[in-house]
Design a protein around this ligand. Structure first.
Ligand code: SF4
Length: 385
């Protein structure tokens, strides 16, 4: 058996042929006796428009089984399928998704790929978008506009992931505006995956500042449209490189934006990826440097629970994690605290905090107060003036 065989890149003709096969569009009848498969409604009325991804996140195996080159179905072929959906008995007028691994990748990353293939020694979006990247949403937008006009279709939603760093590279806001106006059902799901720059670099994701700028723009567009729409961010816990302190940093970010994720994806090694190599070897294969890997059941449990620190069932494990990380400042009654101490433990935590503060003072180098060097430099500058 051949493992990790290079993936086949499909032509548009082949893509159209595959998606024109006479699918049943339902689960196997054997599931009837179990009450059916609830998830079928989401996929039954969704359209695949693309295969492959040039995002190259280090934990994702899609590149290895679908390819880095984008392969698309023709508009005509997708519209044909949309018409089939509108004729199904249980179609209510809503197309739930038009996408694939990344919804807004409908073009090859660059023109050069047609002749020379994808670069072996560099990535298209990381660490910064490649200067050759073609950023254009017009083909996807035109497809969405056509689908909106299909008889019987009330709404066309986009629920596959939007690669926001690629979107932010687009100088033309038309797609972003129409996405917010017509294709979001109140909440847009995006995947920043973490907020720690160090962890994001190891994951192969863009800087968190890009995500913040995206959120600003999203809010502004929705405000201009008079829409009250939100973003649902997705995060991964326990990715290689993510320490308990990084998980706490993320929990604090979630506290600040008043968001508690319903789901948290705990890192799971998938075949052939960089992240999996890091997970098993503890080494980043790109730099050959050591990477911290959270592996024990307890630490994975802690990192995951921290992202849902408000859940009652996570209280004990979050408390344990904060004590372990020496973050007693986050257990208390202040608005910045993640959890409150139990009534019976208030005094115990006060004593522990005092002890910790004393220890910190004792370990501070004598005569060097925090910020004293910066203050002295500022004074010297003033004198010179
Ligand atoms: S030139 Fe840039 S966009 Fe094109 S394949 Fe190479 S890294 Fe990707």
């Amino acid at each position: 058996m051949v493992q990790n065989k290079p993936q086949k890149i499909l032509t548009q003709k082949e893509m159209d042929k595959v998606y024109s096969l006479p699918y049943e569009r339902n689960y196997h009848p054997m599931y009837e006796k179990f009450g059916g498969v609830p998830a079928i409604t989401e996929v039954k009325f969704s359209l695949t428009s693309v295969r492959g991804c040039f995002g190259s996140c280090n934990y994702c195996a899609i590149t290895y089984h679908q390819g880095r080159k984008i392969q698309t179905r023709s508009h005509e072929n997708i519209l044909e399928e949309a018409k089939i959906l509108t004729n199904l008995d249980d179609f209510k007028g809503y197309i739930h998704d038009v996408g694939g691994p990344t919804a807004n990748f409908r073009l090859k990353a660059c023109k050069k790929q047609e002749k020379y293939g994808v670069c072996k020694n560099r990535l298209c979006l990381m660490p910064k978008p490649c200067p050759n990247l073609q950023v254009d949403h017009s083909d996807y937008l035109s497809l969405l506009r056509k689908l909106r006009k299909v008889d019987g279709v009330k709404k066309v939603f986009v629920r596959s992931g939007i690669r926001f760093d690629y979107l932010m590279q687009d100088k033309d806001d038309t797609f972003f505006k129409e996405l917010c106006e017509h294709h979001i059902s109140g909440q847009l799901k995006v995947a920043p995956e973490h907020c720690s720059e160090k962890v994001l670099r190891i994951m192969g994701k863009p800087s968190f500042n890009v995500y913040k700028s995206f959120i600003e723009k999203y809010k502004k567009i929705n405000k201009d449209l008079g829409k009250d729409q939100y973003v649902v961010p997705y995060f991964i816990s326990s990715h290689p490189g993510c320490t308990l302190n990084d998980a706490i940093e993320l929990a604090e970010y979630l506290r600040d934006i008043h968001h508690m994720p319903e789901q948290v994806q705990d890192f799971y090694p998938t075949p052939s990826t960089f992240s999996t190599t890091m997970y098993y070897t503890g080494i980043d294969p790109r730099t050959m440097k050591k990477v911290y890997v959270p592996k024990t059941f307890e630490e994975k449990q802690m990192q995951r629970a921290l992202l849902q620190y408000r859940k009652k069932e996570n209280y004990d494990i979050v408390k344990k994690a904060l004590i372990k990380a020496g973050r007693l400042d986050l257990i208390g009654f202040d608005s910045k605290c993640l959890i409150k101490p139990l009534k019976s433990e208030v005094n115990k935590f006060n004593d522990m905090r005092k002890k910790q503060e004393q220890e910190k003072k004792m370990h501070k180098p004598k005569g060097k107060k925090v910020g004293s060097i910066a203050r002295q430099r500022a004074k010297m500058k003033k004198k010179k003036k």
